[in-house]
Design a protein around this ligand. Sequence first.
Ligand code: SF4
Length: 728
Amino acid sequence: MSADVLVQLGTKGADAVCALTRAELEKSIQKHGKTAAAAFPGTNFYLPLALALLNKEVKTLEDCRAVLEQAEGLNKNKPAANGMTISALGGVLNKGVATLLCEEILAVLHVMDKKHPQDGFAGFLPDSLLRSLGLQLVDGRIAGVAVILGPAKDEDAAVKMIQDFQVNSIVSILVGNVKGLTLKKQLENKGVELGLENYIVPLGEDYLSAIYAVNWAVRAPLIYGGFKPGQWEGIADYVRHRVPAFVVLLSHVDEILVATGLGTLAFGLPIITDLEVPQLPKIDTTLFEALVTEKDYAKIVSQCILTRGIKVKRTQVAIPVSYAAAFEGERVRKENLYAEFGGKGGTSFEFLTSAAINEIEDGKVSVIGQDVDKLTDGKKSMPLAIIVKVAGRKMQKDFEPILERQIHRFVNYAQGIMHIGQRDINWIRISKEAFEKGFRLKHIGVLLHAMLHSEFSAIVDKIQVEIYTKKEDVEKLQAKALKVYDERDERLSGMSDESVDTYYSCTLCQSFAPNHVCIITPERLGLCGAYSWLDGKAAFEINPTGPNQPLAKGKTLDARLGQWDKINQFVYDTSNKTIDKVSMYSLMDAPQSSCGCFECILAVVPEANGVMIVNRDFVGMTPSGMTFTTLAGSVGGGVQTPGFLGIGKLYVASKKFILAEGGLKRLVWMPRELKEVLADKLKKRAQELGSPDLIDKIADETNATTAEELVAYLQKVRHPALEMEPLV
Ligand code: SF4
């Protein structure tokens, strides 16, 4: 087969898909009427690909027809209405893009007819998923995304390939079948647990579902990159450089798959296959090779990493089970349980403390008491204390809770080990498989030693781990740890923005939102909720040239708004000169920009003279007339949007919470679940404000989901926001 054959096949495939879409769409219009709604669930981006490339907001079947006409034009190499045309590979990629646009229409028709999502498959991926994965992509926990089309040559090869992707922190998206056989089935037959928490997401058993991976990828430049719909060149360039995805084509190819593949190449997503096909070297739209064959399943994953140019961070940890971020969300269920600690299984806690450099021995791991292999008589639980002692010239007391918090992540990375919670509410489970492979309690010490060295070598030089399992030891040590936890909480709650001269920046999200910068103060954490001021401080010590830099505040320009001259200058310089000032305490006047991975959105409700907050997990309607997903369309992309703000949820309970607009007394609505999560903190803050019943006066979805209902409720409970000076 020569490359010309690919062009011929792709042409035939694109023609076939265009014709099929025309026929299916007209059939659907006859059935439902041209004004029938055509929409995917959980997105603010209509048909995302049509929106991103053509700036077409598809809401009805008639709108689909308008997109189809442009796709048909592109298929004949006629530029789209906004001039979009891709010249690489002699224009044949236009046929690929036309195919993808058609496939998006076919997919929405499938959604309308309830053929998608298919049973046991995810189907269309909502915006919230992209947002929740944002931080994992920027901090490298997800190194890449493999869109795998078709089943593997056999079940063992399937498991090997997927596990190789997992240990390299690459998410596998599964699509398609050959004669009814899917990769999903192959993995399930071998007992592999699927789900995003295991880095394996089955989208659909038909090949059409591959479009959901593409229309997921093109939302990244719209959400994070600040691109506007229709800026097709910038959007394709963003995907090429910042969305580390690629296609793995297994076991089967036909003309439609070739046409679809040409579409993915237009976005720079290369194809790696186990099939005998013509090879395509680098083309204008890809960073490296465009199409590569690798028949040896043991080498496919490394070939993918090479071809897409993915940077994989791997740490060698000497334990008898696989170890990678991909196993972080894995559960150990009861039927698979070998041993557990904490939860209903008794006392368990973890504690990290600093020690003098000559007090501890690096790498020493001691298990004091019985290890899990001594569990007898059907017993599955035992007490546990994990005591980690660290020493280092740059180690500070302030860093202890930050390092201690990593225990959760580090233990979870071990395959077959589950860790939930922290401090004295942790809950650890060891699976039967992990035990059979030789995992013992000492390996918790081994992995903590390796990972703390790997990620925190700038502040720790020595790490020693002691693991206790005798009840009396655990209880005695726990009493001491509880005292220290309390002291730490006291110290942290005593910190204020005024008590420090230095704030920290975070530009981690610039790999996705190039103009966004978070300023982190003791009383306002990063909008993703993952970075507090202390995290920023520790991160700077660990990596002095990294994304967290200390910032001297400089002269106070406005204490009420929270503006300082040096902070403004820094934001201006690091936002590529797009933001000249930022108010840390205001929603209305120069608020901080948002990147897209915010935990919550704050929005003005003018009718109520107040503000509402909604968290990412809340799917219902809010009194602003918008759901979280719709509201999120107004915030993000690294721009300032007065009246809308992405925030970390803990900021609500801060003394500096929208100080310029009157603080917590402005808050008129929040989802009930969020209120419950923050209850203690909010009550404390309400007490401080001299308004102990304030929290009960804040409405939730059980009292109001429209502005009218909200105002009626606020009047009934006499909410203070109604008496405050006008917000707008
Ligand atoms: S603190 Fe801000 S920039 Fe940093 S990771 Fe979180 S959202 Fe991104």
